[in-house]
Design a protein. Structure first.
Length: 261
């Protein structure tokens, strides 16, 4: 057998939550290119549809579903629609999140509304999508894959008003280990990627500041910021049979940044 066959996703159905976003849409296209049927879900219908078109252009079946994934009934509706359309659900990628750069406050003054918003989009989105998906996977009894997007900020502080984001991503990393432990008996693996800054609209303002960017790059041994394509290999690995004995892991994708700390 060709060892690369273990990375193929033919016949699998993937649900990319936040699939209309910069990272989610890149991962949706990659999952489709690896053989999966891909459901792109996003609060923005237009973004979901645009990403689904990109998946189709890559040669895979795709369906766009709009909804607010922080609302339990919406998540249940999305999961039910996936099963109705494709008959199964094998892979969840949790790619809703971000926002940190929009609400930078000193730790001692971090306001509750900003805190709640960051928790909502980074933590509750992951919680609700994963619960709805896991209920369906447990019921189907065919196992599955859950892939979270944490951040190096789960591990490293940053002197830039990021209190809520580091707390939310710390919780996403902890839940990755917790769910891996609880859902292993159902054949569901749970892993996460933890990128450093990825060149996307979310961080365009920070990366647009030449002083910030050069100080960031000077701390990254591989000497650049991340690109969405840097995340693809890890996600295909976690989504596929190739990682069948891997669960509860958080793979840092940071050009060596955390290795220096
Ligand atoms: N961009 C980076 O540098 C970077 C670095 C590390 C980790 N991350 C993480 O990667 C993930 C994706 O980030 P991104 O840069 O692609 O952000 P993005 O803003 O481009 O994508 C997020 C998507 O989620 C959607 N969304 C927001 N709230 C939603 C809701 N309630 N229900 C459904 N969809 C909703 C948005 O419409 C958007 O399409 C986030 O968890 C982010 O924290 C990003």
């Amino acid at each position: 057998m060709n060892p690369l066959d273990a990375f193929r996703l033919d016949g699998r159905v993937a649900f990319v939550s936040g699939g209309g976003g910069a990272i989610g849409s890149a991962l949706a296209v990659a999952l489709g290119s690896a053989g999966a049927k891909v459901v792109v879900s996003d609060i923005s219908q237009a973004s979901a549809e645009a990403a689904a078109e990109r998946v189709k252009a890559a040669g895979a079946e795709s369906l766009a579903l709009a909804g607010d994934i922080t609302v339990e009934s919406e998540a249940d509706r999305i999961v039910a629609s996936i099963i109705e359309r494709f008959g199964r659900l094998d892979i969840l990628v949790n790619a809703v999140g971000g926002g940190a750069g929009k609400v930078l406050f000193d730790a001692q003054d971090y306001p509750r509304d900003a805190w709640d918003w960051i928790m909502e989009i980074n933590l509750r989105s992951t919680l609700i999508a994963s619960q709805a998906t896991a209920r369906a996977m447990v019921k189907a009894g065919q196992g599955g894959r859950v892939i979270n997007i944490s951040s190096v900020r789960a591990q490293l502080g940053i002197n830039a008003g990021y209190s809520a984001y580091v707390a939310a991503k710390g919780a996403v990393s902890s839940l990755t280990r917790q769910w891996a432990t609880e859902w292993a008996k159902h054949g569901i693996t749970v892993n996460a990627i933890a990128p450093t800054f990825v060149d996307t609209p979310q961080v365009a303002m920070l990366l647009g500041d030449p002083a910030f960017k050069s100080s960031l790059i000077s701390r990254v041994p591989l000497g650049r910021v991340g690109e969405t394509r840097d995340l693809v290999g890890a996600v295909i690995f976690f989504a596929s049979e190739a990682s069948s004995f891997v669960t509860g892991q958080i793979l840092t994708i940071d050009g060596g940044l955390t290795a220096t700390q």
